[in-house]
Design a protein around this ligand. Structure first.
Ligand SMILES: *[C@@H]1O[C@H](CO)[C@@H](O)[C@H](O)[C@H]1NC(C)=O
Length: 309
């Protein structure tokens, strides 16, 4: 990635999250603990699903893929955020800034499609139980995962090609603790009004649309269940509430970050932390603690590990 014609900026300055040593130490502990939790929790889900043949069902295969993406998404920002906490000049090279933006959007895009795939999986299981195994075949799972990665890549590349060619010549303070399209575009020395719209449309409207689509789908599933029996409703509600929680946690920050036209620094920081630090650690917790099969499988797995010693 070479410098673009006429641009003089070779590095960007990131925002510090805390000034005082006390606050820095607190955030250091907080983020480190969460990041370790993200790594262990998500890898644990992946291993449980991969090594337990009782869990070789579409729902768990998609869940394991979601865990990997969660791990990837938080790895785009959290390690750098932790190492930047105590450093005085938080400088990121032009190239690393571009790479960071690119991967945030690849991972974010894949996660978005995976959440749709998981909703579709639940829809088939609950509303078309007799056809579940023929519709959600292994081929279908592979297709959904390939589609998720393809859409994630297209989504990221589409914004990236615009930004990589922008001239950067003036101020280089990103005003955030990581690089992302809306903030970096504002630093270009040209009128970026149209480009900002491209980003709002590509990231903001898409996450907004997906969010409402998913919420409506889950309501539709619940209404369908209710028509049949009220006993099933409470069981379905139990499963689906985990999915709905994850959807809300992931999309509300996205919508604020990309659609909200007047971001304040503190709100911006808060929502980014929710998306990169809190959601990835909550996902494993939400799905496993609320899911009986998952808990049983984990017990089996830890039993195996202990007895093999
Ligand atoms: C992700 O999905 C693919 C396709 O269904 C599957 O083969 C793979 O095992 C999944 N990944 C994990 C970590 O379970």
């Amino acid at each position: 990635m070479d410098q673009v014609n006429g641009s003089v900026v070779t590095e960007f300055v990131l925002l510090g999250l805390a000034q005082s040593l006390g606050m820095q130490s607190f955030l250091f502990l907080f983020f480190t603990l969460f990041y370790v939790g993200i790594i262990l929790g998500n890898l644990f889900i992946v291993f449980t699903v991969v090594f337990d043949s009782h869990l070789h069902f579409p729902m768990y295969i998609l869940l394991a893929n979601l865990s990997l993406i969660d791990l990837g998404l938080s790895s785009t920002t959290v390690p750098r955020m932790i190492s930047d906490l105590f450093s005085d000049c938080k400088i990121i090279s032009f190239r690393n800034c571009m790479v960071q933006m690119f991967f945030i959007h690849v991972m974010g895009g894949v996660e978005m499609v995976l959440l749709i795939a998981m909703a579709y999986d639940r829809y088939t299981a609950i509303c078309k139980p007799l056809h579940y195994l023929t519709i959600m075949s292994p081929q279908m799972c592979v297709l959904l995962i390939v589609a998720a990665w393809t859409i994630g890549m297209i989504h990221a590349v589409f914004q990236f090609v615009f930004v990589i060619n922008l001239p950067f010549c003036g101020p280089n303070n990103v005003g955030s603790f990581y690089c992302d399209f809306p903030r970096v575009i504002k630093l270009a020395c040209m009128d970026t009004y149209r480009l900002e719209f491209v980003v709002i449309a590509n990231s903001g409207f898409i996450s907004m649309g997906t969010f409402f689509f998913l919420i409506i789908s889950y309501i539709f599933i619940l209404v369908t269940v209710r028509k049949h029996s009220s006993k099933d409703l409470s069981k379905a509600f139990f499963t689906l509430s985990a999915h709905i929680t994850v959807v809300v946690l992931f999309f509300i920050p996205c919508m604020f970050l990309y659609v909200w036209p007047f971001p304040t620094k503190s709100l911006d920081t808060f929502f980014s932390i929710v998306d990169f630090v809190v959601t990835p650690v909550l996902n494993p917790a939400i799905y496993t603690l609320r899911n009986r099969d998952m808990k049983v499988a984990m017990r089996r797995l830890s039993g195996k590990v202990i007895s093999s010693r």
